[in-house]
Structures are given as C-alpha cells and as structure tokens.
Design a protein around this ligand. Structure first.
Ligand code: IPD
Ligand code: CA
Ligand code: CA
Length: 263
C-alpha cells in the first residue's frame, strides 16, 4: 500500500480533522443567531455550522491527500473518481438536534481504500465522545476498546430508530414498523444522529438500531465501528435509500426478521 493509503496515517488524519470540525460545531452550538435553512422540506435542514464544518473538512482532506475522491452531504461528489481513497463525510449528523440545542450530534468521517471500509471516525463534541475503528483492528471510544452488548432477546433490548424526511407525504415512513416492533422491546429511542446510533450499538449503549432512507454519509463510519465491535450490520430492503439494521448478533437477527415480515 502506498504511503498516503497507510491506515494509521488515515486514522490520525481523520481524527484530527473530526476533532477540529467538532470545535466548529461548538462555536455555533446554542447560538441564538444560528442560521437554519430548509432543504427538501421543513424537516430537512442545514445550518452555518454544517457548511463551515464541511468546507473545513474537505479543505483539510484535499491538502493532506490530494488524490482523493470525496462524497460529502452538502456538496455531493468531488475530487478524483479514480482515486484509491474515498472519503465519505457527514459534516454534522444530527442537525435537527444541533439546531434545537440538543447535544446528540456528531461529525462522521469514513474512509474507503479501493472500495473497502477501512477507517471510521465519529466524534460527538458536546458529549466528548470520539469513536474510531480501523478494519480488522477493533473499535474504540476515547481510546478504550468497545464491544457490542450480549443481549439475547428483544424483550430486554433497547433499540433506536429514525424517520425519513419525507414522512409527511410518504406513508412508507417507518411508522408501521415502529408500531409493530416497539411493544416487543424494553425500550425504543429516537436519538437523532444515525452515525451515533451505530456507534452506540458498537459500545453496547444500544442493543440494536434500524432506519430507512439513509445516505452513505450517515453510515460509512458507523457501520465499520459497529462491525469492529462485534455487531452485525446489514440492509433490510433495497428500495428505500440505505435501509440499515444493526445490532448485537441475536438482536440483529430478531430485528431483521421483524423488518422482513413487512415493508
Ligand atoms: C439525519 C440524522 C437522523 C436520521 C436522518 C438523517 P442529518 O442526518 O442522522 O438521525 O434520522 O435520516 O438524515 O440530516 O442530521 O445529517
Ligand atoms: Ca446525516
Ligand atoms: Ca448532516
């Protein structure tokens, strides 16, 4: 592997960049003058912090790794599509929480080498939580190894989900799945940052997670972190964006079966 694809170099860069992007978030957090704009509809928003964090992250990546392909939420595809390195970025995951002054938000940076998930970093600056993983090397929270939970039954599982931005106009909006699955769980949560949901499965703070209509930038880092912590991750349907399910092995299996029963 050539030097700029060295996984340790990539990990250190992703962590440094995520930490600095988190500082940008914190500068705007609970600012009464924060600018909030609607994108697709009123449930799909972007703030100055998303945009500033994104331009900082992309600038840093391209100055350190000029031969990179980049996919980032607010600016889409960029860089060299033939590059071995592909950076998949959500500059601020959990913008609705952020815009409300709620602390569950993060920056998510996933790096693929030759199409394979290789490095994942998710940093939640207000919570002081830095999750990281390198393929084959385990997952860590603030430098300590993490493992998914060992829960066996849905009845003892605490699981998170989320709802798509077109929930007001499209009845295929996860409400029917939620109504069916929620009563079988110890608890259902809607935390509001898909990247953190996956990291919380990795750390055993959640036992499972499912959602529909996600994007690559929501899951690229978190799915590697979850897998490296022993959790399972998969797609539960092919026709609604990235519809992801993750969990400790037994909970993942039971959640997947529930989700297959009905779209
Ligand atoms: C959103 C969050 C949320 C999920 C949405 C995502 P954003 O990302 O991850 O938890 O339910 O589907 O779009 O817009 O805050 O980056
Ligand atoms: Ca997101
Ligand atoms: Ca985002």
């Amino acid at each position: 592997m050539e030097s700029n694809c060295d996984t340790l170099t990539l990990l250190l860069a992703a962590k440094e960049i995520a930490l600095a992007a988190g500082d940008i978030h914190l500068r705007y957090f609970r600012d009464p003058d924060l600018r909030i704009d609607a994108k697709f509809n009123d449930s799909d928003i972007v703030t100055t912090a998303d945009k500033e964090a994104e331009s900082f992250i992309i600038g840093e990546i391209l100055s350190r790794f000029p031969d990179s392909e980049i996919l980032s939420e607010e600016s889409g595809e960029g860089g060299n599509v033939r590059a071995r390195l592909r950076w998949i970025i959500d500059p601020l995951d959990g913008t609705t929480n952020f815009s409300q002054g709620l602390p569950m938000f993060s920056v998510s940076i996933g790096v693929q080498v030759d199409g394979l998930d290789t490095v994942g970093v998710v940093y939640a600056p207000k919570l002081g939580e830095l999750f990281e993983a390198v393929a084959g090397k385990g997952a860590y929270l603030n430098g300590r190894p993490i493992e998914c939970s060992g829960k066996r039954r849905l009845a003892e599982a605490v699981v998170a989900t989320g709802f798509p931005v077109d929930k007001d106009t499209n009845p295929d909006n996860n409400l029917s799945q939620t109504v069916r699955i929620a009563p079988k769980l110890r608890g259902l949560r809607r935390l509001g940052s898909a990247a953190l949901d996956l990291c919380y499965v990795a750390a055993g703070f959640l036992d499972g997670y499912w959602e529909m209509n996600l994007h690559e930038w929501d899951v690229a880092a978190g799915r590697l972190i979850a897998a490296e912590a022993g959790a399972l991750y998969s797609l539960w349907r092919p026709d609604r964006g990235i519809s992801a399910v993750a969990g400790s092995p037994d909970i993942f299996t039971q959640l997947s079966l529930e989700l297959m029963k009905q779209h």
